[in-house]
Design a protein around this ligand. Structure first.
Ligand SMILES: [Zn+2]
Length: 562
C-alpha cells in the first residue's frame, strides 16, 4: 500500500520547512521532496492513497533521547502534593492526607515533592516529619528527585541507625548528627537498599515490576505526542524488558526502544556488561536494543552534590567542591573497556568539574586506544551539562563527545536553588548549548522525565518552547527579578531549527538509528507527525499548544487520522 501526502509543509533535512509532498510504501518513505505531480506519481506508482494536507506541517517522529519510561510508570502510586513554599503548609497537608488515608489503606506514604531549598544546609529533620506522621513510614522526595526526607518510623523499620554503613559514603548516604545518628535527610537512593526490611514489616510492597497495564499510559502519551523512539536512560528491571518484549511480539509496542544498563564503578562494570548482554540476547528485536552503559558521575546542582570547579558559595572553609563518583583515571578505564565491548557510555554530568573530568578521561582514553592501535567505535554521551566552564565549551566538538540536554529544564523548573552553591554570575551562565552547537558538537534533546507527576512535560513541543524562550509557563521564575520570567542568559535561547534537529536527526544519531529515522528522506521509516501548525512560524509562546493531528508509525496511523 502506497500513501501520498501532498500539499504539505515538510521539514527538510537541512532544517527548513518547505512546501512538498511525501510518499511512503509500507513502513518506508520512498519520496520526500517537491510537490510536483509527475515526480511523486513516479515514486507512488498506480493507485496510491492520496491525501491533501492543505498546508499542514509534517516532521519526522520525535526521538526522546533520554527518558525513564519504566520509572514514570512505576511512580504512579506516589502521592502528588502541591508545591508549598512553607514547611508548615507542607506538613499540614501531609498530616491531613495521613488522617484521611489510614495506614491500613496506605501503609507507606511516599510524597512528592518538597522544594529542594525549603530547608537550610543541614537539611530537613525526621522529628519535623514525625509531627505530621508517626504511625507508619513516611517519605517526602525533593523536587530535584535526588533527596529524601524520612520520618523516624521509616528509619526504625529499615533498621537504619548510627551503626549502619552508607551505601556510597559521601554520595548515596544518610546525613547524620555529631553522634552518627541519621537525621532523617537521605541523599540519593540510599534508603532503597534497606527498604525490603520495612516492606516485610508492613506486609506491603510497591508495584515493583511493570506490566502491560502500568506501562500503557506512558506508551499512549508517546503515541499522542509523536514520540516514535526513546532512549531509556536506565533499565530498572528484567520485568520491564519482559513487558516491552511481550508488547513488541504482539505488535503493540509502536515504538523504537533503546536502553542503558547502569554501572557504579570500574569494578562492577564487567558484571553490568554481562547483564546487558543477557538482556540483548533475550529481548533484542527490530524495535528493542541495548547498546549503552550509564554512569552517574555527580549529583545535582540544586542539592549541592554536583562536582564543581569552585567551592560552594555557602561553604565558609572553601573546601566543598561537591561530589564526584570517580576520577579521570578510573573513568578512562571504563571508557576503554566499553570501547573494547563496542558499547556507548551515557554519563550524568551536571557540574563543571564533572564535565572537565569527563572530557579529560575521553581524551586520555582515545589517546590510549590509538597508541594500542585500537579503533574507537563508540559514542560517549554527556547528559545534562548544566554548568560548563567557557573554555571547555569546544571540547565536545573537538573530542567527538555527544551532548544531551533536557529542553524543558531551560527555564524556571529548578528555580534558583542552585544559587545556594553556585555564585550568581555562574548561575546566570548555566544551561548554555549554543557554544557547543556553534563549535559543531552533536547536541540531542530529550525530556528526562522520571515520574508520572511530570509526564506531560515530555511533550517535545513543550520542551522546545522553553529552550527557545527560557520561560517556563508552569514554573515561572520571579517576574520581579527576571523580566517576563525569562531565565538568563538571553543568548542561551536555542533556535527552533536547532531544537527540531536535536529532537530528531541528532537524537537518532545518538541512538545509532540515523539510517532509519530522524529525517524525512527516501529509505527512512515512515515515522511521521502531522502538526496543526508550523513550529518555525508559530507564536513562540504557543509552540506548546500545537496539536499532533496525526502520528504515523512505520506507515500506520497510531494517533488521530488521515
Ligand atoms: Zn535521567
Amino acid at each position: 500500500m502506497t500513501t501520498v501526502l501532498r500539499n504539505a509543509n515538510l521539514l527538510a533535512p537541512e532544517g527548513q520547512i518547505k512546501k512538498g509532498a511525501l510518499v511512503y510504501e509500507g513502513e518506508t518513505i520512498v519520496y520526500a521532496g517537491a510537490d510536483d505531480e509527475k515526480t511523486w506519481k513516479a515514486a507512488a506508482g498506480a493507485d496510491p492513497a492520496l491525501f491533501d494536507l492543505e498546508g499542514r506541517t509534517v516532521i519526522p517522529g520525535f526521538v526522546d533521547s533520554h527518558i525513564h519510561p519504566a520509572a514514570v510508570a512505576l511512580s504512579s502510586w506516589h502521592i502528588k502534593i502541591p508545591m508549598f513554599q512553607k514547611a508548615e503548609d507542607l506538613l499540614s497537608y501531609i498530616k491531613d492526607y495521613a488522617r484521611e488515608h489510614p495506614k491500613e489503606e496506605v501503609p507507606f506514604l511516599y510524597f512528592e515533592y518538597y522544594p529542594t531549598d525549603m530547608f537550610d544546609a543541614s537539611g530537613p529533620a525526621k522529628e519535623l516529619l514525625d509531627t505530621a506522621v508517626s504511625d507508619r513510614p513516611c517519605l517526602c522526595q525533593d523536587f530535584g528527585e535526588h533527596m529524601h526526607w524520612v520520618n523516624s518510623k521509616m528509619l526504625e523499620m529499615m533498621e537504619v541507625d548510627e551503626n549502619t554503613p552508607d551505601p556510597v559514603p559521601g554520595l548515596e548516604m544518610f546525613v547524620r548528627d555529631e553522634k552518627g545518628r541519621p537525621t532523617g535527610w537521605v541523599k540519593e537512593m540510599a534508603w532503597l537498599s534497606f527498604a525490603d526490611k520495612m516492606y516485610e514489616k508492613i506486609g506491603w510492597k510497591p508495584p515493583q515490576d511493570l506490566d502491560t497495564q502500568s506501562l500503557a499510559p506512558v506508551l499512549d502519551f508517546f503515541k499522542e505526542h509523536g514520540i516514535t523512539a526513546v532512549f531509556d536512560a536506565v533499565v530498572e528491571s528484567r520485568a520491564q524488558m519482559e513487558v516491552l518484549k511481550k508488547l513488541d511480539d504482539q505488535g503493540q509496542l509502536k515504538l523504537y526502544y533503546d536502553a542503558a544498563v547502569r554501572f557504579w564503578s570500574y569494578e562492577d562494570l564487567p558484571q553490568k556488561i554481562a547483564q546487558l548482554r543477557d538482556y540483548q540476547a533475550q529481548y533484542g528485536s527490530k524495535h528493542i536494543k541495548l547498546n549503552t552503559m550509564k554512569l552517574f558521575l555527580d549529583g545535582t546542582n540544586e542539592a549541592g552534590n554536583g562536582a564543581l570547579l569552585n567551592p560552594h558559595v555557602n561553604d565558609p572553609f572553601g573546601t566543598n567542591y561537591g561530589e564526584i563518583k570517580m576520577e579521570e583515571e578510573e573513568l578512562k578505564q571504563c571508557f576503554l573497556l566499553c570501547n573494547q565491548e563496542g558499547l556507548d557510555v551515557h554519563l550524568h554530568i551536571v557540574g563543571d568539574r564533572a564535565f572537565r573530568t569527563g572530557w579529560k578521561a575521553v581524551k586520555a582514553a582515545k589517546e590510549e586506544a590509538a597508541a594500542q592501535g585500537a579503533l574507537w567505535s563508540i559514542q560517549i554521551i554527556f547528559a545534562h551539562c548544566e554548568l560548563v566552564a567557557p573554555e571547555d565549551m569546544a571540547k565536545p566538538a573537538e573530542l567527538g563527545i555527544s551532548i544531551n540536554w533536557s529542553c524543558h529544564w531551560s527555564g524556571g523548573y529548578f528555580g534558583e536553588e542552585a544559587k545556594n552553591f553556585i555564585p550568581e554570575d555562574r548561575w546566570n551562565q548555566m544551561y548554555q548549548f549554543n557554544p557547543m552547537l556553534e563549535s559543531g558538537a552533536q547536541v540531542a534533546f530529550s525530556s528526562d522525565v522520571v515520574t508520572y507527576y511530570e509526564l506531560e512535560r515530555a511533550n517535545p513541543l513543550f520542551g522546545m518552547q522553553i529552550a527557545n524562550t527560557r520561560i517556563d509557563p508552569q514554573f515561572p521564575l520571579s517576574p520581579e527579578r527576571f523580566p517576563e520570567s525569562r531565565r538568563p542568559a538571553e543568548e542561551a535561547c536555542i533556535s527552533m531549527e536547532n531544537l527540531l534537529k536535536g529532537y530528531t536527526a541528532a537524537a537518532a544519531k545518538q541512538l545509532h538509528w540515523e539510517n532509519k529515522m530522524g529525517s524525512l528522506e527516501a529509505g527512512k521509516l515512515a515515522n511521521l507527525c502531522i502538526l496543526s501548525e508550523d513550529p518555525l512560524k508559530a507564536d513562540l509562546q504557543k509552540v506548546k499548544d500545537i496539536q499532533f493531528e496525526t502520528v504515523i508509525f512505520e506507515g500506520e496511523v497510531i494517533h488521530g487520522k488521515l
